[in-house]
Design a protein around this ligand. Sequence first.
Ligand code: LLP
Length: 414
Amino acid sequence: MEFEYKNNELYVEDVRVNDIAESVGTPVYIYSKKHFMEQFNKFDKAFSRKHCISFAIKANSNLNVIKTFAELGSGADIVSKGELFRALKAGIEPSKMVFSGVAKTKDEIKYALENDIMMINLESVDELYAVNDTAKEMNKKARIAFRINPDVDPKTHPYISTGLKKNKFGIPYDEAVESYIKARNLDNIEIYGVQFHIGSQLLDSTPIYDASVKIAQLIRELKKENIEIKAIDVGGGLGVVYNKETDAPPSVEIYANQIEKAFKEFPDALLVCEPGRFLVGNGGILVTQVVYHKTNINKNFIIVDAGMNDLIRPSLYGAYQEIQPIKYKKGNKIVCDIVGPICETSDSFARDYEIENPKNGEYLAVFSSGAYGFTMSSNYNSKTRPAEVMVEKDRYKIIRQRENLEDLIKGEIL
Ligand code: LLP
């Protein structure tokens, strides 16, 4: 275990969390490099066919985190020019990059074509024409896939479901063949793949299997039209455990097995996977300091120095993330809301939560903060964003400085 209490004190690998909190300050994100590497290797080993893991860098886009995966051979799932820029800086090979997103601008398409990424995952026919036009201007051929919306219920939080008919993502399953035929007729398009992504934090492997079966059927139909699919991109979505009592994601072996089973008649196609949360979710904590206690009538509040601007998942999705003091002491439990400094009622990390009552000045760890933590942070209320630290064995390194006041107003013109 990379996040473990030893002698009642929390460690990340072999580093005492308290030492980091004291010297770097709080709030601070702390990551375990070992966890990231192990998750990647587990994912990699689970697949037996030819595959490419393209880390969904929206989950955690710190350059050092991306580089950790790049060194293991990872590609990247990117959704913006900025993410492509980061992926390049961190050393990811463009031939392992796929570009998702419903609103890619001409400028972004151009950047992707200049860098010759594996494929652009188109989310509409309008976008197909935009890519063709841009490629024509550049005298290039653009490799593309269509993102297909398979209309499968991923059985996850509505905010992170993406593969239902009513969602904005992809093109309708029933329009897929005609869209590929349109693509075939364009001079500057090379049909390369097919993609789908049905949602995130999937705790059941059936929806991914059902979607895969539908996509396999589509590949057969495309074959009849003499359209060959060279890459099958199954998106991301495999869930992780946030709440030991309720979350039971399928093992990565079952997940891989279901996908491989659905696509076994296309052994020559490259299987592309875009995991985000699975690789980084449980590889990070957010450490925050208790500032004050208060009780309003009969409700206890523990007020901490991190807010929804630092970690928005509990406020935005009502997501559960375990919180514990970094120094464990027995007894003296309290039921409380753990809230931040932001001027919003939703600025809370936990409600009616039972915890060993920490004193003001003590530190708490918010677990499972490696995915969609820092990347969703903001400067709301003009708060400076936290530092990020990577632990490797008994050493740690600041991989992003805490922002300062000058950072806060950078680019503003008075
Ligand atoms: N591929 C595409 C096209 C995606 O849209 C996503 C995530 C992924 C891959 C990676 O999915 P993962 O393996 O991480 O589940 N902020 C939310 C999650 C949003 C997911 C957005 N798309 C959260 O904190 O739960």
